[in-house]
Design a protein around this ligand. Sequence first.
Ligand code: AMP
Length: 538
Amino acid sequence: MPELLHDWVSLHAAIRPDAIAVVGNDDTLTYAQLETRSTQVARILTEGGCHKGDRICVLMPKCPAAIVCLLAIYKAGGVYVPLDPASPPARLEKILDSCDTRWLLAAGPTTRLLDAVFEHEPFRTSISIGWMDAHPPKETTFRIAFSIDDVRSQPVTPPVSRTTRRDPAHILYTSGSTGIPKGVVITHANVIHFVEWAVKYFDLSPSDRISGHPPLHFDLSFFDIFGTFAAGAQLHLVPTELNLLPNKMAEFIRASELTQWFSVPSVLTYMAKFEAVRIGDFPTLRRLLWCGEVFPTPSLMHWMRRLPHVKFTNLYGPTEATIASSYYTVPTCPDDEKAAIPIGTACEGEELLVLDERLQPVPHGQVGDLYIRGAGLSPGYWRDLDKTEAVFLRNPRSSDPSDRIYRTGDLAHIGSDGLVYFLGRADSQIKSRGYRIELGEIETAVNAIASVRESAVVALSSDGFEGASICCAYVPAPGAIITPVTLRKALSTVLPNYMLPSQWLVFERLPTNANGKIDRRQLKEAFAGDATQTARQS
Ligand code: AMP
């Protein structure tokens, strides 16, 4: 068992240096190259004053160089904080501020974004930037502290590390209902535990060719990356733009001869819709995994009928419990489109609990709140004890204070087959295009616009790639003239594209229920009716 996540790469670099480790659009790296380059970046970080526990941000497209940076940060004893290059500057600033970083590694077409962020103090003076591709930008508002040329002259012996597996490996920022993204802290031990189970269960070996499908700031990407490195296999980074090009995505899987494909239901359903997959397609593929959302049974049936040689596994789990906490391998293609696919049973070392409001187990068949206990649980949210204590609770059935359970916010029941079934959310968190979104974050951003008096954001499920359409009801401030176009423009400066509402309705007053709260059910009906009317008119 490795002590730290990057040890898997060092191990394979020593025994199979020329084996291919990562394949990207523009670059392919062997285990030896990955090992050497990450050590050199680690050396420049430690020489620049990076200490154990320092947060180091990475802002670059999904590419082999980004994997080098991730490993380098671990080797330098730092904590990796991946940033989404599709975020607007204002959201990145919130994350940079929250994680209190002194270092940022960047590459690719991120110059405009960085220019906007580094216009401001304190970022300009407090953060050093390392430019990690061969084309550092000129005439920018930010100063580049070191470039890839400086890295190449570094020694190839790794810096001495004092990190232990209980220390944080990364912080992943997810949508926060109060308008500020929440940083989930994940330790080396959290990831190593899941990966060791997954390598065994999925029978991963050096001959595997594994997809790197989700963006690198998604929790799921850590399984692709470290599942691959633990097995000494090849990681094939899937270009993000293929998500919306079903036939090209299918061509990518064929050409890369993937053996394990870890995807998300929105992409799989979209590919099914466009009939992108032939009967008996992807002859090398052994397993298709999905996580993050319900995979609608009709789409699953579509896939299973076309790929009878492939095993299909549903993984379930929130970022706070590291990658996945339960699994279910579908034994045979369902014959009923309404059949519910369970999220299954807990992965090794994890436990799923369906509890009532007094934290007592609910009888089988009854709906309860889903809690997770076990080795995957994050220590909590970065520098936010209140949020941590609100959802990471002491296990009421244990006298050990370190024994905790995590309230997922999901609803579930245990079926007569003993398997756990996911029944939706107890709150207003949704998934759209695979992204986890708190509708409260959007609502906070809309309410902050001066020309809006009040607003409410609800979601309707949709069968498009988005999976959900975000709807915003708003009341203009007295005398203000606003339209969905002006609102969307204002919001796009603070929210990423995937959080922008696609439907808008203006109200004189938002409808309320008997308790005086905003009547969200009525709003959903109003948006559903509006969508039907629009569809009829077009
Ligand atoms: P994230 O933290 O982005 O991984 O999102 C976690 C949430 O996604 C969970 O709390 C669930 O609501 C949802 N989720 C994850 N996996 C599944 C799954 N296999 N089926 C249904 N919902 C899922």
